[in-house]
Design a protein around this ligand. Structure first.
Ligand code: GMT
Length: 375
């Protein structure tokens, strides 16, 4: 199939899922056309059967806000016609599904059906804002198929939007060959001293991720066990987290690596992942760590319990309860056999439920259904 994929190309989970999906589909023989304003971050080298089409947005003094939605619709339309796309798959409803809807209307009678995948705040935060709700509901209903990345997000969508269409759950996935425990060797030494436990956090540092809580948890752990915290990613709350680490006298033990391309190599070096978010529809970072045999401490929110079982692959704790999170972290880090067995359980869960090889075929089946419906 010739498939167009639109996503936010930056360091967010929805962009990561869309990019990994494109790479997996290309490896399975499909022709993939990414359409966005920048090259998606996890595409680090030229790959067979993958093309990127940049959306250029003309600015003009009249525009206080550039009309990206229209430029994207135009690009989807052009690529759809010129490359003969069979369908579009847009990730994150706002504004991508509206652009895909416009492109499909422009291309008629040529059919360019589109699939919308809902990821989280496109429903729970941004989508329910009055300024977006009617058009988001409209574009969801107009989609040729709609998927949500967890059962929790599906039920939230039904509750908040009451859409007159099906919403299918296709969970997020991880490349289990790439994300796996490995010998960190010298890299481990460059991240933390030999005798330290290594805690990690990976996110886009938005307020919802509670990066400051990550530092709070770490300060309680570091008071009891020699340890280092490595934070991967960047975003609005980085400076607050840096300030807190400084105030607590932890600068030598807290390392901010910024945005990184090869996160699988870093995660494989961790002893524990912290994801204390206020909300996660899925919690992709937790799954990626689990695939690397790393136990996780997460907030018990949204779709996270569908991924992590409390006491099995890690622990689930009420959001913002940093004391309990630290206590659970210490339980893992002070018992190496317990840590190893949780790590093995984490890998087993990823292998059993969430490997790309299990999930990507579900998208292929959905695409076929959409194409059968539209011929
Ligand atoms: O919805 C968002 O906040 C953005 C989105 C992203 O692009 O990072 O995150 C969501 O999608 C991820 C991938 O499907 C999920 O792993 C995250 O849990 C989800 N974030 C939230 O629900 C807050």
């Amino acid at each position: 199939m010739k498939i167009g994929i639109t996503c936010y190309p930056t360091y967010g989970g929805s962009g990561v899922v869309a990019t990994e999906l494109g790479l997996e589909l290309a490896a399975r023989g499909h022709e993939i056309h990414f359409i966005s304003y920048a090259m998606p971050v996890r595409i680090t080298e030229a790959a067979e059967r993958i093309q990127f089409h940049e959306v250029e947005v003309m600015n003009y003094p009249l525009f206080d806000h550039v009309p990206y939605t229209l430029a994207l619709a135009t690009k989807i339309y052009e690529v759809g016609i010129n490359e003969g796309l069979d369908l579009m798959h847009v990730h994150y409803a706002i504004p991508h599904s509206v652009s895909a809807y416009l492109a499909r209307a422009m291309a008629a009678p040529r059919r360019i059906p589109f699939v919308t995948t809902l990821h989280g705040t496109d429903i729970t935060l941004v989508g329910i804002d009055r300024s977006y709700l009617p058009i988001t509901r409209f574009s969801i209903e107009q989609s040729d198929a709609v998927t949500a990345i967890s059962a929790h997000l599906r039920s939230k969508t039904l509750e908040l939007f009451e859409p007159r269409c099906e919403v299918e759950v296709i969970p997020n996935f991880v490349n289990c060959d790439l994300f796996q425990a490995g010998d960190c060797g010298e890299r481990r030494g460059s991240l933390a001293p030999e005798d330290h436990k290594l805690l990690m956090h990976l996110s886009n540092f938005r307020p919802v991720k509670r990066v400051v809580d990550v530092v709070e948890i770490f300060s309680r752990v570091a008071a009891k066990v020699p340890s280092t915290l490595v934070l991967i990613g960047d975003g609005p709350d980085r400076s607050a987290a840096e300030r807190l680490a400084r105030d607590k006298g932890l600068t030598s033990q807290v390392r901010f690596l910024g945005k990184q391309d090869r996160v699988h190599e870093l995660l494989a070096c961790a002893d524990l992942l912290l994801l204390p978010s206020d909300m996660e529809s899925f919690g992709l970072a937790a799954l990626e760590a689990m695939a690397c045999e790393v136990p996780v401490i997460c907030s018990r929110v949204g779709g996270v319990p569908e991924v992590v079982r409390d006491g099995v692959e890690g622990f689930l704790v009420a959001p913002r309860d940093v004391d309990t999170m630290a206590e659970r972290a210490l339980r893992i880090l002070t018992d190496s056999e317990f840590q190893a067995s949780m790590g093995r359980a984490a890998r087993a869960r990823a292998l059993d439920q969430f490997c790309a090889s299990k999930i990507v075929p579900l998208y292929e089946i959905l695409y076929k259904k959409v194409l059968d419906k539209t011929v």
